[in-house]
Design a protein around this ligand. Structure first.
Ligand SMILES: *[C@@H]1O[C@H](CO)[C@@H](O)[C@H](O)[C@H]1NC(C)=O
Ligand SMILES: *[C@@H]1O[C@H](CO)[C@@H](O)[C@H](O)[C@H]1NC(C)=O
Ligand SMILES: *[C@@H]1O[C@H](CO)[C@@H](O)[C@H](O)[C@H]1NC(C)=O
Ligand SMILES: *[C@@H]1O[C@H](CO)[C@@H](O)[C@H](O)[C@H]1NC(C)=O
Length: 592
């Protein structure tokens, strides 16, 4: 601690030597940190040497660092001053990531992000030397990975020294994200600056933090998916759950069954090839993001199955509402042995291209009336002594899940964790009968106060929280098939996302909550309105899951506004704007 103090005072000296004001008189305003609040002050000859740029003031004017999002969970100590950085002299040294291509990408990305911050560079600033020590070079991003890190920043006479230590690549990468957030462009002085000295120890509260994105209802080009994943990385989100197929379109290439995309893609170009998927997975990994593929089944199928209609029931049957919630309907036919051969082929190819740490098998919105349209299926059930009522069809569903999992195990081994959406199958007595609690992770999409959550937890499952009354980002807009607003309305504003009470949902079983996922159902979203649906609300989710703060949104708002600007300027994300910019300049005055 003593050494840190010494270094801190040394940094102040350096700072005073370094900072000669470059302020011209083209703008009247600057900021002063008064009582832990950044006050807007007119620039005068008298205060010209000490007045601060908005970003600089917001960086260090508080007990906590005001630009860090999500907020660190352990120790944060820092010096309230900055040092100029020369973005052309950023150097990395590490023995931990020899020949690790993911690290090379993370490094280049970091450097590019700093250079991009500079709008009009005035020469000067110190070298930035970043030394990284990690315990191992493992690149498997499963739920056992520890993502914590520590980072120390010290300024001395000719360089800024940054020391990062972590267990692995993923922790080190988060540290770089933190470092990037304490490097800001000082527009008043036209300089890139970094916090002069700091010590941060940080680790996430939840292991699964991410989004669930539907690329079937509307197609997103690969570069848009990548841009989104880049945004996840900026908020230390670590999961991209890819709901890649649905009943409206089948855009995923399956080499052993080319008819899926031939009939199921919206066009020749609206296809995710195996190479596209591998490319996205690699891109994501270098940004600390796991890609979790979903093949939704046995419902939510239709387009693409045209050449396999004998393996389905009720595809495109009308009236739609008798068989599903939205056009076109369709279920797999679980009594067909050939169905499982096809599933095995799809799983094999998906495991090869996604190399996933966990696989999502879907399992939502089964309509028994769809299965019940098939006379051979009814006969098969009666032969097996299954009744044609609710319980009988649940047994049939269990039969499907058991057999589909066998095929998954055949190609993927019996250790791969499996995810399913909450449904009647995840309720007792069926859950215990068909779904091994040590194998299945249940993604909960009911309301946050639904007793179903406790029931699923009591059955012993680990869960991912996606309660639609807080974590669904597509709610609150016009419906596309019905009158009025979409079913899950109202809109979940960032405050609601932020305040979503996971502790309340988990109770004594909080340890079974692996984390949460915000959903982007894409019936009315495509590449042109995607950013504003996700951002900045996914970042509100990010702090809920990384930090799990006790405080409510009001406390976080000034920091959130800075982060939202950072998403735009450094991530190129067309984030929704939350307030007039006046509120950014007049801290706290827009909270009524
Ligand atoms: C904070 O840092 C101090 C000194 O480095 C250490 O003793 C303490 O355990 C840390 N606290 C937490 C919560 O990590
Ligand atoms: C950049 O800085 C130079 C020198 O101070 C100035 O002449 C120029 O107008 C600035 N450009 C922008 C875009 O601010
Ligand atoms: C169905 O029940 C009948 C009468 O109890 C029994 O003879 C038959 O073996 C059962 N079939 C199956 C498949 O369990
Ligand atoms: C299935 O259809 C039969 C008539 O064929 C009917 O008796 C039964 O109630 C139906 N089951 C469900 C769950 O709708």
């Amino acid at each position: 601690m003593l050494t840190t103090k010494l270094l801190f005072s040394f940094a102040v000296l350096v700072l005073q030597v370094y900072f000669a004001s470059a302020i011209d008189d083209s703008h009247a305003w600057g900021y002063e940190c008064i009582n832990s609040r950044c006050e807007k002050i007119q620039i005068t000859p008298a205060n010209k040497e000490t007045i601060l740029d908005l970003r600089v003031c917001r960086l260090y004017c508080y007990d906590d660092i005001g630009t860090l999002w999500p907020k660190p969970t352990r120790n944060v100590t820092f010096l309230k001053s900055v040092t100029g950085v020369n973005p052309n002299y950023i150097k990395f040294t590490t023995e931990s990531f020899k020949n690790n291509e993911f690290f090379e990408v993370a490094k280049e990305r970091f450097i590019a992000m700093q250079k991009n911050k500079v709008k009009n560079y005035t020469l000067g600033g110190l070298d930035l030397n970043i030394a990284i020590t990690a315990e191992n070079d493992d690149m498997e991003l499963n739920y056992d990975v520890y993502e914590g890190y520590s980072i120390t920043i010290i300024s001395n006479t000719n360089a800024i020294e940054v020391m990062i230590s972590s267990k692995n690549f993923f922790g080190a990468r988060h540290a770089l994200e933190t470092l990037s957030q304490v490097i800001v462009y000082d527009e008043l002085n036209t300089k890139l600056v970094v916090l002069a000295a700091a010590n941060i120890q940080d680790e996430p509260k939840f292991k699964h933090r991410g989004i669930s994105m539907d690329t079937s209802r509307n197609f997103y080009p690969v570069n848009i998916i990548k841009k989104t994943i880049d945004g996840l990385a900026m908020a230390k989100l670590n999961s991209f759950h890819w709901h890649i197929t649905d009943s409206q379109a089948f855009p995923m290439e399956v080499k052993s069954h080319p008819d899926f995309t031939k009939y199921g893609a919206y066009s020749k170009s609206k296809i995710y090839t195996a190479d596209d998927i591998k490319d996205v997975v690699k891109f994501a990994k270098s940004r600390g993001v796991r890609v979790i593929p979903e093949l939704d089944a046995p419902a939510h199928i239709g387009e693409g199955w045209q050449k396999k209609l004998d393996l389905t029931t009720c595809v495109n049957y009308m009236p739609y509402l008798d068989y599903c919630w939205q056009p076109p309907c369709g279920h797999m036919n679980p009594i067909k042995d050939e169905l499982y051969d096809v599933l095995e082929d799809i799983y094999r190819e998906m495991l090869e291209s996604f190399t996933p740490p966990v696989f999502h098998m879907g399992g939502d919105e089964i309509f028994f009336s769809c299965w019940n349209t098939s006379k051979p299926l009814q006969d098969w059930m009666l032969n097996k002594n299954l009744t044609l009522d609710h319980d009988g069809f649940l047994e049939l569903w269990g039969y499907y899940q058991t057999n589909a999992l066998k095929r998954m195990d055949k190609v993927g081994g019996s250790k791969l964790p499996i995810m399913l959406w909450t449904s009647e199958l995840t309720e007792e007595p069926f859950a215990s009968k068909f779904l091994d609690k040590d194998r299945y992770v249940i993604q909960i999409w009911t309301t946050g106060d639904d007793p179903k959550i406790q029931r699923v937890l009591n059955s012993g499952y680990k869960v991912i929280i996606s309660n639609y009354d807080a974590f669904y980002l597509d709610c609150g807009f016009g419906s596309w098939a019905y009158d009025g607003l979409i079913w899950c309305s109202p809109y979940n504003e960032w405050q609601k996302v932020y305040d979503n009470d996971l502790n309340g949902m988990g109770g004594e079983r909080i340890d079974q909550i692996l984390g949460g996922s915000a959903t982007i159902w894409s019936e009315s979203i495509d590449e042109h309105n995607l950013d504003s649906k996700i951002w900045p609300r996914a970042s509100a989710l990010a702090e809920r899951l990384w930090t799990n703060p006790k405080e409510h949104w009001r406390n976080a708002e000034p920091r959130f506004l800075m982060h939202q600007m950072y998403l735009k300027s450094s991530g190129g994300l067309a984030s929704e704007v939350l307030q007039p910019e006046w509120c950014v300049h007049n801290e706290g005055l827009c909270q009524l």
